[in-house]
Write a protein that binds this ligand. Structure first.
Ligand SMILES: NC(=O)c1ccc[n+]([C@@H]2O[C@H](COP(=O)([O-])OP(=O)(O)OC[C@H]3O[C@@H](n4cnc5c(N)ncnc54)[C@H](O)[C@@H]3O)[C@@H](O)[C@H]2O)c1
Length: 332
């Protein structure tokens, strides 16, 4: 499958490297506006056509699919042009800048019988696959909460706030693991430096009393990537910065019983073993791109399609509304 890639900034080189090394795909053109980035691309891939003009790549008859690896405000225009030219689209998270744009792209792709995949890379990591399996098998029992901390110093974005930059990772993971949409969202945050919120907190109320919380911050002195997931039977800690044993499952829980007639609550704490399940060691982006090519070849809809991207945008829009009203509860 022949790919054209638009955007060779920070993330673009990873997409090009993986597409170029997969057996089922090759990159035949890269569009990049920055001369310095074009120079880097030319040096790394002398055999690939490199151009400043995205339209060159989008209109090429030799290209089957376009990867859009540019800032979010450009996703809609570039993806729309690609679909109108009959190309399948792999587009970065967050899918679009608003719900209307996402809906339009999904409709366009459906009418043209083309695939959209939104890069929710974490869904292809060994850790998220294992957590999905633990939930599916009932190892954790009924889910109580998802609580994620995703903080570090920078990288400051110039077009979006920290929620739109970092929260899509957790929102896509929650969407995949919880398999339900939130009923209401509260978000709070503050702008300190460049006019966009650089510290933000988001709470999501899901059906069946599942609650989720995300802490995202560009002003943290240390990098933290830790998620706690608690269930009725067991709980787990996922520390994505650990080299080994990223996921630890704790056989801990609480049981509350009411002593008959005495109206007294009895709280039993249960502490058992902790274990670290074996995780698949693969580059998530490589698996994801290979799956995209497979979906196109077999005419299958990827699970991280435009609709999955749109669900994340709906959560981000509700969070933005709540944020602008200092944490008012917004129903979806
Ligand atoms: N999936 C992930 O884990 C992950 C990680 C990082 C970034 N991202 C996403 O990737 C996207 C890009 O992020 P980045 O950090 O690489 O940004 P970046 O600013 O480093 O790179 C974007 C590049 O796109 C180029 N560009 C913009 N518009 C263009 C156009 N019309 N034609 C040609 N080139 C154009 C810019 O010159 C720039 O070099 C964002 O949506 C971001 O959220 C995803």
């Amino acid at each position: 499958m022949n790919f054209g890639v638009i955007g060779y900034g920070y993330w673009g080189p990873n997409v090009v490297r993986n597409l170029a090394s997969l057996e089922c795909s090759q990159v035949i053109a890269i569009a990049e506006m920055s001369p310095a980035a074009r120079k880097r691309a030319q040096k790394a891939y002398p055999g690939i056509h490199i151009t400043p003009d995205a339209a060159d790549v989008i209109s090429s008859a030799k290209i089957d699919a376009i990867a859009v690896i540019t800032p979010v405000w450009t996703h809609y225009e570039l993806a729309k042009a690609a679909l109108e030219n009959g190309k399948h689209v792999f587009v970065e998270k967050p899918f679009t800048s608003n719900v209307e744009q996402g809906e339009e792209l999904i409709n366009l792709a459906q009418r043209r019988n083309l695939k959209i995949m939104v890069d929710h890379t974490f869904l292809f990591t060994g850790a998220v696959k294992k957590i999905w399996q633990l939930l599916d098998e009932g190892t954790l029992g009924k889910l109580y909460y998802y609580d994620s901390t995703r903080v570090n110093l920078g990288l400051f974005q110039h077009d979006i706030n920290v929620l739109w930059d970092l929260a899509p990772h957790d929102l896509s993971i929650m969407d995949y693991l919880i398999r339900a949409s939130p009923e209401a969202i509260v978000a709070t945050g503050q702008k300190h430096l460049n006019g966009y919120e650089d510290v933000a907190f988001m709470t999501l109320y899901f059906p069946e009393k599942i609650i989720a919380h995300i802490n995202v911050n560009w002003l943290s002195p240390v990098k933290v990537r830790t998620t706690l997931i608690g269930g009725e039977r067991r709980m787990l800690v996922w520390n994505d910065l650990e080299a080994d044993e990223k996921v630890k499952v704790y056989d801990k829980g609480v049981k509350i019983t009411n002593r008959e007639g005495v109206y007294e609550l009895l709280v039993n704490y249960r502490t058992g073993d902790m274990w670290a399940p074996q995780l698949e060691q693969v580059e998530a982006l490589r698996q994801e791109l290979s799956y995209f090519v497979e979906c196109i070849s077999n005419g299958r809809e990827p699970f991280n399609d435009g609709c999955a991207g749109l669900r994340v945008i709906k959560m981000l829009e509700a969070a933005s509304e709540s944020l602008s009203k200092r944490g008012t509860l917004v129903y979806l």
